[in-house]
Design a protein around this ligand. Sequence first.
Ligand code: NAD
Length: 287
Amino acid sequence: MTAILLEGAVIAQHVYAQLKERIRRLRADGVQPGLAAILVGENSASRIYLKNKAQACNDIGVHSEVLRFPADCSEDTVFTTLEELNANPRIHGILVQLPLPKHLNSDRILQAIAPAKDVDGFNWVNLGAMVAGHTLLAPCTPLGVMTMLDYAKVPIEGRSAVVIGRSAIVGKPLALMLIARGATVTVCSSKTPDLKQYTSMAEILAVAVGRPGLVDGTMIKPGAVVIDVGINRLPGGKLVGDVDFESASRVASCITPVPGGVGRMTVAMLLENTVTAAERSVAASSK
Ligand code: NAD
């Protein structure tokens, strides 16, 4: 079997086409969706991520701005900036680029973003809503995974799904989204003794760990849909996921590549959340 490639780059273009239409309608109402990002310090990966996000905003007509602060800036400075952005009617989405310098408490800072503008979906109000079965603004990477599955018309209800990784921003919310859609979900982590025992029964397997080659073809159920969320840079500079693509693509029915897979969807979902937040602000102001 040679797996079908689920290309994030292609699916993201489909998402952007739909977003452009939604933005056109918003602009007809005099509203341009606006996204503000806070960057503290000089992390080069963060700068690249933000450049990509700004480029995507520019391409589809979302206003974007980056507020930069030195690495030693105080928590109060970030809080004051967030208060201003929370109150700014031109800004519908706010994100704080992670990781933050160690002296800043990420948890506290993320909770200071107004839930209605929390387009990364990390605020506990938004995460908690998912536990209760409601989606307000969902974290972008798991939302991107679900969008890819839907685009490829992968049946979810009644399927057995295994998620490896239980972080609050990828693994756990993805498991909740799959549960909400009727999958039978198993979540594995670094504490799981025999990964293969679980992965080999998964009809949908999502891997979000950050370990190159953690899953190979021998661990995959023939015909499974394999979603590789991991992003790892090898010593030579090559970018790879958590799944050994070569062996896995001979067993799976569909597989995401790295790069060009889930990563592309994460940015697309950030913009989708921003447009959704803008639409909700228009709806709220017309009540
Ligand atoms: P994290 O470090 O917060 O969580 C990693 C999880 O993997 C933990 O739950 C841990 O228990 C589990 N784990 C570690 N070793 C394991 C093992 N040997 N077996 C099973 N589970 C193990 O990481 P994260 O923020 O959830 O990110 C995970 C990966 O996804 C990283 O490679 C990250 O770069 C990538 N990522 C990609 C995107 C994207 O847009 N594609 C977005 C976010 C994160």
